[in-house]
Design a protein around this ligand. Structure first.
Ligand code: SF4
Ligand code: SF4
Length: 279
């Protein structure tokens, strides 16, 4: 049966979309953001074994070239994640949509819906369709949290069943986006328009990091791409970069100050955004 590699399932989250939701994090991403705050979700485990010996709980072992994780023994210290040289985690479980749905059901009736994040959930369209179909049988809304680099217009069936997409606009200029992620952003811009026109754009997020992210250009670019009415209705989250969880060159980088964030907010307001949140 079809499975997706699942990094973790949060039974309750109020920061992954509207209301209380189950947040499901898939493993693997198709881009590599320098500011990623959960870099351990970026790659699938290569089976190098570097994390096994240091596990204080004996929860990891190698079997036939693969690392095997024993959840019952694991104390959750995350030492394995810190030592992994591959931006991966040994604590990933392949799960079917039915198995994930069974976990989701444990949180009913305290949730409004589910949000699938990652990693990049758009890498698993068939899995998402199956999971969303199941979630809808319980009246749950189904959101995707996406980096926008997979052309979602190629998956009309998924978009039909998906209630909305929380879209990252990481940078507007192609070269800035490439420096930040190692990839181009043409598809992100296409998705922005496609999702807004099909009324599936739940919110747009910009992680603000002066010098690395052209947040001003993002705000102006989004406002030029969408209609005035779309802009007025669109929740815009301006997220202050924080170094927690970040690995690499930005792991001790300071956050932008409040004055910078308020300047961005004023710029967005001048373009017609009304639902702006600084985080
Ligand atoms: S988090 Fe990782 S290192 Fe820590 S006990 Fe669990 S498997 Fe072992
Ligand atoms: S999780 Fe990382 S360190 Fe552990 S075996 Fe996989 S790639 Fe190696």
């Amino acid at each position: 049966m079809l499975t997706a590699p699942i990094n973790k399932i949060l039974p309750y989250s109020v920061v992954d979309g509207p209301g209380n939701r189950v947040a499901i994090f898939v493993q693997k991403c198709n881009i590599h953001c320098a500011y990623c705050h959960n870099p351990e979700t970026q790659n699938l485990c290569s089976g190098c074994g570097a994390c096994v010996e240091g596990c204080p709980a004996g929860a990891l072992k190698m079997e036939q070239g693969r690392v095997v994780w024993d959840e019952k023994l694991c104390c959750g210290c995350d030492r394995c994640i810190k030592v992994c040289p591959n931006h991966a985690s040994p604590k990933v479980t392949p799960m079917t949509a039915q198995q994930v749905f069974a976990k989701v059901c444990e949180s009913i009736p305290f949730i409004r819906g589910i949000t699938v994040s990652g990693g990049e959930c758009g890498l698993y369209p068939e899995f998402l369709m199956e999971l969303f179909r199941l979630a809808h049988t319980k009246g749950l809304s189904c959101l995707m949290d996406s980096n926008g680099t997979i052309d979602l217009s190629r998956y009309p069936e998924l978009m039909e069943i998906c209630d909305g997409v929380m879209l990252d606009v990481k940078s507007w200029k192609e070269e800035t986006f490439r420096q930040l992620t190692g990839s181009g952003n043409e598809v992100v811009k296409k998705n922005l328009k496609y999702l807004a026109d099909s009324e599936k754009l739940t919110e747009v997020r910009i992680v603000c990091l002066p010098g690395m992210v052209d947040a001003e250009d993002c705000i102006l670019g989004i406002s030029r791409t969408l209609s005035g009415e779309q802009i007025r209705r669109l929740p815009l989250k301006l997220i202050r970069f924080r170094h927690f969880g970040v690995k690499g060159a930005l792991e001790n980088h300071p956050s932008p100050d409040l004055a910078y964030m308020q300047g961005l907010e004023a710029l967005a307001r001048a373009q017609g955004f009304e639902k702006i949140l600084i985080l």
